[in-house]
Design a protein around this ligand. Structure first.
Ligand SMILES: Cc1ncc(COP(=O)(O)O)c(C=O)c1O
Length: 313
């Protein structure tokens, strides 16, 4: 799965610390913590018809991540919303838009890792792009193809995946493996060998799990967040399951259970729900989009239409 350049994004205006700058001119200092050490946190948000789905959940995850990294200044929710609104207005955007908010520890007085070298306050970047859900083309009639990466996700005592930070090398290494294998994305395991997530999305399987439902009822299953971020789309799917009495469980899932699942799908703000047709050469279920995945996708779309926070009038 390779994204393509979208002509609609040729003249984007990017918001850097409140200033709106053409994409060809926008930049940050070589002394910025993002350049120096990937020392920043970020969020991806999606705009649906003038509203942002789960806006407060995203901004709260950004705040929690920055707090965990001991940032001394974190913009308030209202300040962030103001900059988002400004950016969307400057680009005349209201639908099919993905926003990437990045908050770095800011510029340093000299090169170095020490956060005490940061004396200028944080750098805030609001990048809004025209970007429909990114897996739509790749899904086609055979679903996404995944392969299992040799790169493991960290445990919380290594680099806690619940800090949504800018050190993306681990995910990029896994994506390189997926590219080399001709797969759309890569599955990543935790340190114990259980499924953690994919390189940029969470993973769900659907299959009977008698230990939870007691019979052959399809159960929606996903790993715990021990080795993956507390995903907002992931949580939305769990909530939808609870609201609609669809059995759902968070548990350790081995690759044998993944290969034998009736259905598999990924979740994330960038790509919403995307169904998986093949993993490591094994066809998942009957190789078609499953009934539970289809229902959850429809219920998810309904929620995005009714629950967003308005940012474009
Ligand atoms: C590593 C990783 N996994 C999964 C996701 C999907 O999470 P969400 O549903 O909150 O977009 C993200 C999104 O940023 C991510 O960075």
């Amino acid at each position: 799965m390779q994204q393509k350049f979208n002509e609609k994004n040729r003249d984007l205006k990017i918001n850097i610390n409140g200033e709106l700058i053409h994409r060809d001119e926008a930049g940050i200092s070589p002394f910025d913590s993002l350049v120096q050490g990937g020392d920043g946190v970020w969020e991806g948000l999606r705009v649906y018809d003038g509203t942002i789905f789960k806006l407060d959940e995203h901004l709260e995850r950004l705040r929690r991540s920055a707090k965990a990294l001991a940032f001394t200044q974190i913009p308030t929710r209202d300040e962030l919303v103001e900059e988002i609104k400004k950016t969307l207005a400057a680009n005349d955007m209201r639908d099919g838009v993905h926003i990437r908010i990045t908050l770095s520890r800011g510029t340093k007085i000299t090169s170095g890792m020490d956060p005490r070298l940061n004396q200028a306050g944080p750098t805030l970047i609001v990048l809004a792009e025209h970007k429909p859900p990114v897996y739509r083309d790749a899904e086609g009639s055979s679903g996404l193809t995944l392969c299992t990466s040799s790169i493991r996700r960290f445990a919380p005592d290594m680099m806690d995946p619940n800090i949504h930070h800018n050190n993306l090398i681990q995910s990029i290494m896994a994506k390189i493996e997926a590219n080399a294998h001709g797969a759309d994305d890569a599955l990543m395991l935790d340190q114990r060998g259980f499924l953690a997530e994919a390189n940029a999305t969470h993973v769900f399987i659907v299959s009977p799990y008698p230990a939870h439902a007691g019979d052959d009822t399809p159960v929606v299953q996903t790993p715990t967040t021990a080795a993956c971020p507390e995903g907002i789309t992931r949580q939305t799917i769990i909530d939808i399951c609870h609201e609609h009495d669809i059995p759902c469980v968070e548990r350790d899932i081995s690759m044998t259970h993944v290969y034998n699942a009736d259905e598999c799908f990924t979740t994330g703000t960038m790509g919403e729900l995307a169904w998986v047709g093949k993993i490591d050469g094994r066809v998942i279920g009957d190789g078609k989009m499953g009934a539970v995945t289809k229902r959850l996708s429809e219920l998810f779309v309904e929620k995005t239409k009714s629950e967003g926070v308005r940012v474009v009038s």
